[in-house]
Write a protein that binds this ligand. Structure first.
Ligand SMILES: NC(=O)c1ccc[n+]([C@@H]2O[C@H](COP(=O)([O-])OP(=O)(O)OC[C@H]3O[C@@H](n4cnc5c(N)ncnc54)[C@H](OP(=O)(O)O)[C@@H]3O)[C@@H](O)[C@H]2O)c1
Length: 307
């Protein structure tokens, strides 16, 4: 039996739907089983399927994810992302369940590490972490807490998630493009947009692989869609696809700008591309490119068929 924690968040809902589609027995919880309460977690893990079984797998998609607000709510953010993660890992160890925990590119400083050609190379799992803000710091400490409390865990770092079940860059852009004639988007932050459904599929694949006796080694892995672009590039593509499919009925100019024009509480990483070699090899994955997944997302969510 699998326990999905955070099943009403953007990633959690996507995974929940996938588990239902594939008829995989599972239980899902969100705030009603508070991850800051170790006793509540353990009680649920032991009685997940009354009279039959305790949890065999726990996947944690719950977190504090408001990056800017975290600067003002440090304690709450730490309680969820560090202590909550530690509680879940200890609970998994206590009931003998495998744990998959989700982390973030914000654990890196985003300055990039020069590769052979002098340009930044994608971050590897064992590169030095150095988070810039409270959110990244508490997630990094959450990774450490998970490893300490349950060394048998798998931690997946991801980035730039979008999906059907939460506010995200794609829906924001489409709404702005409908309203405005010009939309300015930052063109100096590089990353990899990632469809939450693709990541949900990978989480499920980890569980299935283990069931078939080929469990991937524990530790940290990176997963995003393929490719490295700026938010401006992403917005341009969203516009192009929305116009050609008829999703957007009017013109809008997408204008590049610098992140200094958009002051935020926390500096966003200028470079947060993640190296995915390790997970690709471990699972034998073909990872879709960001533009292929954007197209699939628009087709599946907006029913457009002319892309
Ligand atoms: N979104 C991104 O771009 C992104 C990028 C990199 C990594 N990640 C990581 O990916 C994971 C999933 O992100 P997401 O965007 O799907 O997050 P999300 O939509 O914010 O979902 C998190 C879920 O956790 C729930 N939650 C909050 N406090 C809780 C508590 N005390 N006990 C149990 N559940 C609680 C939230 O409920 P409420 O909504 O009621 O608060 C929400 O349903 C997170 O670990 C995040 O750090 C996300």
């Amino acid at each position: 039996m699998l326990w999905l924690i955070g099943n009403r968040g953007m990633l959690g809902t996507e995974l929940s739907r996938l588990l239902e589609q594939e008829n995989i027995p599972h239980a899902g919880t969100d705030r009603e089983v508070d991850i800051t309460d170790p006793a509540a977690l353990e009680a649920f893990a032991r009685n997940i399927w009354p009279g039959k079984d305790s949890a065999r797998w726990i996947i944690n998609c719950a977190a504090y994810t408001a990056v800017d607000r975290a600067e003002d709510e440090q304690e709450l953010c730490r309680r969820l992302n560090t202590q909550g993660a530690a509680n879940i890992a200890a609970c998994a160890a206590g009931v003998g369940a495998g744990l998959i925990h989700i982390s973030t590119d914000y654990v890196f400083d985003g300055k990039g590490i020069p590769g052979g050609d002098g340009r930044p190379r994608p971050y590897r799992e064992d590169d030095r972490t150095d988070p810039a803000g409270v959110y990244g710091l508490t997630k990094r400490d959450g990774e450490t807490a998970v490893t300490e409390n349950n060394p048998a865990s798998v931690i997946i770092r991801t980035a730039w998630l979008y999906g059907q079940y939460g506010s995200n860059f794609v829906t924001t852009m489409l709404a702005l493009m409908k309203e405005r004639d010009i939309v300015s988007v930052v063109n100096d932050q590089y990353g990899s947009p990632t469809w939450a459904r693709d990541l949900a599929g990978v989480l499920l694949e980890i569980v299935k692989t283990a069931k078939n006796g080929r469990q991937i080694p524990c530790g940290i892995y990176h997963y995003t869609n393929e490719g490295s672009i700026t938010w401006y590039d992403f917005a341009e593509k969203i516009y192009e696809e929305a116009r050609s499919s008829g999703l957007l009925a009017k013109n809008c100019t997408v204008k590049p700008c610098a992140s200094s024009e958009y002051p935020a509480r926390v500096k966003r990483p200028a470079y947060s591309v993640l190296d995915k070699t390790k997970i690709r090899k471990a699972l034998g994955l073909r990872i879709p490119s960001w533009d292929e997944s954007l197209r699939n997302y628009l087709v599946s969510v907006y029913n457009v068929d002319t892309l």
